[in-house]
Design a protein around this ligand. Sequence first.
Ligand code: FES
Length: 154
Amino acid sequence: MPANNNLIKELVNKYGRDRTSLMPILQGVVEQNNFISDMDMTEIAKELDLSAAQVFGTATFYSFLDTIPRGRFVIRVCKTIICDMHGKKMILQTLENLLKIKVGETTQDKKFTLLETNCLGWCHKGPSMLINHDVYSELTAETVHEIIAEYMHK
Ligand code: FES
């Protein structure tokens, strides 16, 4: 897959060539394409005069910076202890049954990816999950059905 050179140039022009621009540039690529390819990382390294290893190291350190292709809607279910105690397993199972995929997988139509993540900061209202940038909390099997039904029609 070729690098998104135009997008990367646009982001470099917006955020600059400083080392501190690396995160917003990586986030900008993920925002646009749902993941950062190896070619993108190489191109970003060239633009910012960093080694490819530095860019790769940063991109793979943060779980929100996906380095493999994801679905249009990335669902991240909180796996941290409080959500776990409040029924996270049942939420995950409901999602797996609805989407017919396991954690870490993407639906065949590339619409949904199901992942687990660390605390989303909504522990007081767990179990919680994120779909792209939207937080859903106090989840039950019923609300998960309703939420996914809405996304199915998007
Ligand atoms: S433990 Fe799940 S949001 Fe904090």
